[in-house]
Each structure stands twice: as C-alpha cells, then as structure tokens.
Design a binder for this molecule. Structure first.
Ligand SMILES: Nc1ncnc2c1ncn2[C@@H]1O[C@H](COP(=O)(O)OP(=O)(O)O)[C@@H](O)[C@H]1O
Ligand SMILES: [Mg+2]
Length: 508
C-alpha cells in the first residue's frame, strides 16, 4: 500500500509542503529513500530503522521505497525521520492513513526520542496558508509552536506518543508551557558610563532614527562599553518585528530551549576572523549570517580596521537592500537583514593619534594606511561619526549619577512614535534611516535657512548624493527628538557635524 504523509521544508525563511510517500513491495528486504541528499539518506535510514526496532514497532519486510517531493527543493534531512517512520507504519497497515491537513516533522534518536529541530517557528507560522491544521513538532520546540495561530501544534517527545495519538489511543501530545523564569539578569546601562555626553547623544540620535554609527577614539575611552549599551535604549520589538527576527534565529538553530518569540533586539558582535558566509549568510548548508541574525537589532563591528577588506565590502549590498540572497545551483534563498551597523575603531595603530595628552608614535603613512583600511563606501554608509575622547578624572569621579538607559529610551520611543505615524501605510519602513530617496522631500521638509545651511555644507564637505540623503535623514531624526515637524537650522547643524570627522581623519 502507498502511504502519503505531509511534512514541511524551508526556502530561506519561507515554508513549503514536503510530501513523504512510502511504498512497500514484495521482494528482497531493502530500504531506499529518494529526494534527499545522499549523505542524509543513509543516516535517516539508520535512525528510522533503529527507532522502529527499539520502540517495538513493526519494521516492514520487503522492498521499501520512500520518496520526498518536490524533488527540486532543498530539504533539511533529519527532520523527515518522523514522517518517514509514520509513512512506513501506514504503508504496512499498522496505522490508519493520516489526513492531509496533518504534518509531522522531527529528527529521531536511535531510541525513538524526537530531537529539537531548527526552523520550527517559520514552518508553523506558515502552516495555515499551506492548508495544514495540525503539525506534530519536537517537544523542545513547543514554545515556538505556541506562537502560531490557526494551526494546532502537537509537541511530542517520543515516537510512541505520536503513534498512540495517530492510532486514536493516546491523548494529544503536549508539554506544559512554563514562561521562562523571570530572572533579573544584568543589562548594561548607560548610567555606568561617565562623561561622554556627545557620544551618548549621538547614540540616542542613532537609536531614534535607526542610523548607522562609527565610534572613533583611543583605547580604553569606552567605545565598546558605549556600543554594548545601545540595545538598552532601543524601542521594544513590535510583534511583527519579533516574529521576523525569531524566524531567522529559529532557522539558524539558535533559539534557546523553551524560547518562543524573542523579546529583546539582537546584538551581534562577530569577531574579525568571521568568514564571508558567516557574516552575510550562505555556506554549503546555507543559513542566515550575522547580518540577518542582527535583523531589527544591532550589528557591532569592534576594531573595524581589523576586519578584512572583503568582509567590509560584503556589507554594502546587505546595508543597501535590507535582504541577502544566497544563490545555489537550482535554487536561491533570501534572508532579511535590516540592522543598525555600529563600528568602533582606534584612530591609528598605537591608538593615540589626536589624543589630548598622550603622544602618537605612528608615522603619517602608518596612520593613513590604518584609516584607509575602512573602505570609503562603508564609511559613507555610516550616518554618524563620533569621537570618543578619553574620560578625564573629574568626569570619572563626578558625584552626580549619569542618566539611565530608561531615561534615554523614553525620548527614543517618543521620536519613534512620530516616525510610526509618518510611515503608517508604508510597509517595511520602520524608521527615518529607511526613508527611500523618492520620499525624502515629502517627509523631510527643510526651512529655507536650513536648506541654505545644508547647501553650503554640501559644497564644503564634498558630500556624495548618498551622503546628502543620509545627512537629511539624520537631521529628520534630530528634529523628531525635539518634536519639530520641520527640519530647522540646529537640526541640520547637528547632522552635518556628525559627518565632520571625515575631514579630520580621512581627508587630511
Ligand atoms: N566613560 C567611562 N565611564 C566609566 N568607565 C569607563 C569609561 N570609559 C571606559 N571605562 C572603563 O574602561 C574599560 C574599557 O573601556 P572599553 O569600552 O573597552 O574601551 P575601548 O573600547 O574604547 O577601548 C571599561 O570596561 C570601563 O570599565
Ligand atoms: Mg574596545
């Protein structure tokens, strides 16, 4: 008898239905699987066979052929263990046929335990649109399953539970969902950073408008410390943002056990030894890269000049498009990547170029070479450049406590509210940094005086067209922080100032 069982696959973060067909014919015992990559076939066969024997389930005699369709789509091998096993039971008549609105997925241990899987969240979220009403998922992914609407997710820990339920004997597999213990975990706070008022202001502007930012200053001035505190002033994830970000982490297999939707914006800080595939996505078994794991959050590149040129160049397209495409023979995948890029760097190899008290020991050419490692186009995409000078003794020992992140966050959130109203009806635009060139005039009206000032700065600074757009958008954010509908002189002045380090460091 031919058995047909539904399962799910992923192209990027978009789910599709995988159909598992099993046929058992008379003949010498054999077990063939088609439609999976070769290496996965052997492993799946071994696991399914062992799990059946160890769970006391009847293993078919005769020639077994299993087909996974559609043939052209890339399938993630291990999660088809469970549907293959169930298909074998149905094909033997040991289980009644499984209705077509039911799907199963899960890798098996040799003993019949169902192991956690990557990508459960995007699969169950897309299940209703694929005509599915029930999906058996691994018990450890229960929290992800609980996020889905319009589909029953049945979290099972063992094959026996699934078999019992499908045969009408057992109750529906479920696991009690305990919300993760509300541990008071430490979050870095801006109150711990003394002095650095200009840098904090720049980070506030960046957070308010979703702008990219570059911190430049001597070692120990607090650049890394400042960058790590950026998430603490970003607005809460909206439900849609949380879903998108969590999907990517789910596909990458990075969700912690019991984690349903992510509640905090991601902060990714890859080391400079990262590979191109690790940064932007791809690889032999394609998965989202750091740019996508930072979706709706922060990508922090500390010690920016240490990153190889090719890695920096690889950021241009994701920064520009907000999505990464991975092309492979026969298919292509896309992963979204809307992130804030934060870079930090010393101004020269010894770190003390421009330092108020310490002498820099680097030669002019060594400084130029060092700064030159940051590619021009990448520099151009950093909307805000800010110097982080060393803190002095008085600032460090000041009695007055600095503002907390919660205080700053209130202002950021207010500025984002104004933006949400502005972009209502423009899907995909969450903040000023994402304003497309065509809408610049409409959404960023300048007073005549502000326009004159920007015109003068444009000529003086030799801004590119992209640079111009970026300055206007930063000015828009500065105005929003003040609650001003139009962009006026002080707003433009501040935005222009954030581009002035170019001349001090790069165009000397
Ligand atoms: N403004 C500051 N206020 C309080 N502590 C600071 C400040 N700047 C630096 N520090 C201290 O110095 C350490 C080194 O700072 P760090 O952020 O690593 O510097 P950088 O990245 O610029 O080299 C921090 O962990 C912190 O303990
Ligand atoms: Mg540092």
């Amino acid at each position: 008898m031919l058995a047909t069982i539904k399962s799910l696959g992923l192209s990027g973060i978009d789910p599709f239905v995988v159909t598992v067909e099993a046929d058992i014919a008379r003949g010498l015992p054999s077990f063939e699987i088609v439609g999976l990559p070769d290496a996965a076939v052997k492993e799946s066969r071994d696991r399914v066979r062992a799990a059946m024997k160890n769970c006391g389930l009847p293993y078919p005699e005769g020639r077994v052929v299993v087909n996974l369709a559609p043939a052209g789509m890339r399938k993630l091998g291990p999660i088809y263990d469970l549907p293959i096993l169930i298909a074998l039971l149905v094909a033997q008549g040991s289980l009644p046929p499984v209705p077509h609105h039911v799907a199963l997925l899960g890798e098996l241990s040799l003993g019949g335990d169902i192991r956690p899987a990557a990508g459960v969240l995007p699969m169950v979220l897309g299940a209703p649109d694929l005509g599915l009403r029930q999906v058996y998922i691994p018990a450890e992914n229960a929290a992800e399953g609980a996020v889905a609407r319009g589909v029953d997710t049945l979290p099972a820990a063992k094959v026996d539970q699934v078999v019992a339920h499908l045969s009408g004997r057992g109750s529906a597999p479920s696991v009690p969902l305990t919300p993760p213990a509300a541990t008071e975990h430490y979050r870095p706070d801006f109150a711990e950073v003394r002095g650095q008022r200009e840098a904090k202001r720049a980070l506030e502007v960046a957070a308010a408008g979703g702008h990219n930012l570059l911190l430049i200053g001597p070692p120990g001035s607090g650049k890394s410390m400042l960058a790590k505190r950026l998430p603490s002033i970003l607005p809460d994830l909206s439900f849609e943002e949380a879903v998108e970000t969590t999907k990517l982490h789910s596909v990458a297999g990075l969700l912690k056990a019991g984690e349903g939707l992510m509640t905090e914006r991601p902060f990714r800080a890859p080391f400079h030894s990262i590979s191109a595939a690790g940064l932007t996505g791809g690889g032999v078994h394609p998965r989202p890269g750091e740019v996508s794991l930072a979706h709706h959050g922060v990508l922090f590149l500390d010690e920016l000049p240490e990153f190889p040129r090719a890695i920096m160049e690889g950021l241009r397209q994701p920064l520009e498009d907000g999505v990464v495409t991975v092309a492979r023979v026969g298919y292509r995948l896309t992963y979204p990547c809307n992130f804030m890029l934060i870079g930090a760097m010393n101004p020269c190899p010894c770190g003390f170029f421009g330092h108020p008290t310490k002498a820099c020991t680097c030669s002019q050419s060594a400084i130029s070479r060092y700064l030159g490692r940051v590619s021009g186009p990448l520099l151009d995409r950093m909307d805000i450049h800010i110097e982080v000078p060393p803190v002095n003794y008085d600032q460090l020992t000041e009695a007055a406590a600095p503002e907390t992140s919660a205080d700053i966050r209130r202002r950021v959130t207010a500025a984002r509210k104004i933006q949400s109203a502005r972009f209502a009806g423009s899907p995909g635009i969450y903040h000023n940094a994402a304003i497309p060139p065509a809408r610049l005039r409409q959404w960023c009206p300048l007073t005549p005086a502000a326009d004159r000032m920007l015109r003068a700065a444009f000529a003086r600074m030799g801004l590119s067209a992209r640079g111009y757009d970026r300055v206007v958008k930063v000015a828009r954010t500065v105005a929003d922080l003040e609650g001003s509908p139009v962009i006026d002189v002080p707003h433009v002045a501040e935005a222009v100032q954030y581009r002035s380090l170019d001349r001090k460091y790069w165009s000397r």
